[in-house]
Design a protein around this ligand. Structure first.
Ligand code: PLP
Length: 386
C-alpha cells in the first residue's frame, strides 16, 4: 500500500481528549477537563432554531453564510467603531472551521506562524496540517501569560507570515492590556505580518477593562483576521456556528475554500446564532455572573487550602484557571494522571498546551460550584498525601 498523507503524522492528538478519555468508565468522577459551558443553550435561541426548521429552512445556504447573519455580525463591529460590512464576514462551522479556513487562506509550506505558548493546542495541528511551522513564544506567569512585544520581536524571521493571538486566552484566562496589544501590533505592522486574533471568549471577560481587538489599532485592520463564534458565550458548542471577519480579499479566498470543505452551515443554526446576537444579552450576563462566582471560589480554594503547593493567579477572562503546581515536585503529566487515578478528578496537564505549560495544570470552571468544592477538596487530600 502507498503511504498515507504525511501531514496527519505531524498533527498532535489532544491532551484534553486523552485524559478525559481515560476517565470514562471510572466512577464518581469530577471533571474540570472540557472547555465547554455546562449550561444548555438559552431557550429563546433554541426556539429560533426550531422555528427555522418548522419554516422549512432545510436547504443549502450560501458558502459565505446567510446575508442576515453576516450583516448582524458586521453591524456589531460597527457599533464598536470598527468599519466592517457583510462582505467582510464568513459564517463557519464553529470557530474551529474559521481558524482552519484562515490557515488555508494564509499558510503556505514553510511559513512560520507565531503562537502564544501555552495556547489552544489545535492551533499547532492546524498550522502543521498546511505545511506551516508553529513558532511558540513563551508567555510566562510573571507576565500574566501575555506575549510581550520583545519576545515577539525575537521570534520573527524572514519566514514569519502571521501571529496568532488569543485573548481572553485558553488555557490561561489571560486578557492582554491595551498597552501590551498596542506594542505587539506595532511590531506586526513594522514587520508586515498578518494577525489572526481568536476572540472566542471576548464576551467572557471579568474586568472593568474594555475588550480590545488588534484590528482596532492603527494600520491593523487590513492585516487582521478576527475569529469568533457562538459556542462559548451563548452556550452553543453543539450548534457549530462561528465566523471570521477581515479584509474582503482574504474572506473571499476563505469562502472559496469553504466550498471545498463543508460547503455551508445549516440554516437553523444560523437563525439561532442570529437570535443569540441580536436578542436580549441578559442571557450572557447571567452566565458571566455565574462564571465569576465559580472562578473566585476556585482561585480562593487553590490559594488558601493547598499549603502553597498549588497557586493560581486570578484569570481575567474565559473559564480556565491555569494553576502552578511546581512546588509539588511532580511534572504536569504526573500530577494530572495520578490525581485522576487516585481521586477521580480530571484536570489537563499544562504541557498539553505547549512546553511552557510544564509545571501547570488547566482547570475548566464551566462546572457547578458543588463540583468545584468537591473536586478541590479531593485535590487538597491528594496534595497532602504527596
Ligand atoms: N478557539 C479557542 C481558543 C477555543 O478554546 C475553542 C474551543 O475550545 C475554539 C476556538 C473552537 O470553538 P468552536 O469551534 O466550538 O467555536
Amino acid at each position: 500500500m502507498k503511504p498515507l498523507a504525511t501531514r496527519c503524522s505531524t498533527v498532535p492528538r489532544s491532551a484534553i481528549r486523552a485524559i478525559v478519555g481515560k476517565s470514562y468508565g471510572m466512577e464518581n468522577v469530577i471533571s474540570f477537563g472540557f472547555g465547554q459551558p455546562d449550561f444548555t443553550t438559552p431557550e429563546r435561541i433554541i426556539k429560533a432554531g426550531i422555528k427555522s426548521m418548522e419554516n422549512g429552512e432545510t436547504f443549502y445556504t450560501p458558502n459565505a453564510g446567510c446575508d442576515y447573519l453576516r450583516a448582524a455580525i458586521a453591524d456589531e463591529y460597527v457599533s464598536r467603531g470598527m468599519k466592517y460590512g457583510p462582505e467582510n464576514v464568513i459564517i463557519t462551522v464553529g470557530g474551529a472551521e474559521a481558524l482552519c479556513l484562515t490557515m488555508l487562506a494564509l499558510v503556505d509550506a514553510g511559513d512560520e506562524i507565531i503562537l502564544q505558548d501555552p495556547c489552544f493546542a489545535n492551533y499547532i495541528g492546524m498550522v502543521r496540517a498546511n505545511g506551516g511551522i508553529p513558532v511558540p513564544v513563551a508567555c510566562t506567569e510573571e507576565n500574566d501569560f501575555m506575549m510581550t512585544a520583545e519576545d515577539l520581536k525575537a521570534a520573527i524571521t524572514p519566514k514569519t507570515k502571521a501571529v496568532l493571538l488569543n485573548y481572553p486566552a485558553n488555557p490561561t484566562g489571560a486578557v492582554a492590556t491595551k498597552e501590551n496589544l498596542e506594542e505587539v501590533c506595532k511590531v506586526c505592522v513594522e514587520n508586515d505580518l498578518y494577525v489572526i486574533t481568536d476572540e472566542m471568549y471576548k464576551r467572557l471577560i471579568y474586568t472593568e477593562d474594555k475588550f480590545y481587538s488588534p484590528a482596532e489599532f492603527p494600520d491593523m485592520k487590513e492585516r487582521t483576521i478576527i475569529v469568533d463564534g457562538f459556542s462559548k458565550a451563548y452556550a452553543m458548542t453543539g450548534w457549530r456556528v462561528g465566523y471570521a471577519c477581515g479584509p474582503e480579499e482574504i474572506i473571499n479566498n476563505m469562502i472559496k475554500m469553504n466550498e471545498n470543505v463543508v460547503s455551508c452551515v445549516n440554516e437553523a443554526a444560523q437563525r439561532a446564532a442570529y437570535d443569540a446576537l441580536t436578542g436580549d444579552q441578559s442571557v450572557v450576563d447571567e452566565m458571566v455572573e455565574k462564571y465569576i462566582r465559580r472562578r473566585d471560589l476556585m482561585v480562593k480554594m487553590i490559594n488558601e487550602n493547598m499549603g502553597g503547593k498549588m497557586t493560581a493567579r486570578t484569570p481575567k477572562g474565559a473559564f480556565y484557571v491555569f494553576a502552578n503546581i511546581k512546588k509539588t515536585g511532580l511534572t504536569s503529566e504526573e500530577f494530572c494522571y495520578r490525581l485522576l487515578e487516585e481521586k477521580h478528578v480530571v484536570t489537563v496537564p499544562g504541557t498539553g498546551f505547549g512546553d511552557s505549560g510544564e509545571g501547570f495544570v488547566r482547570f475548566s470552571y464551566a462546572t457547578s460550584e458543588e463540583n468545584i468544592e468537591e473536586g478541590l477538596k479531593r485535590i487538597q487530600a491528594f496534595i497532602e498525601s504527596l
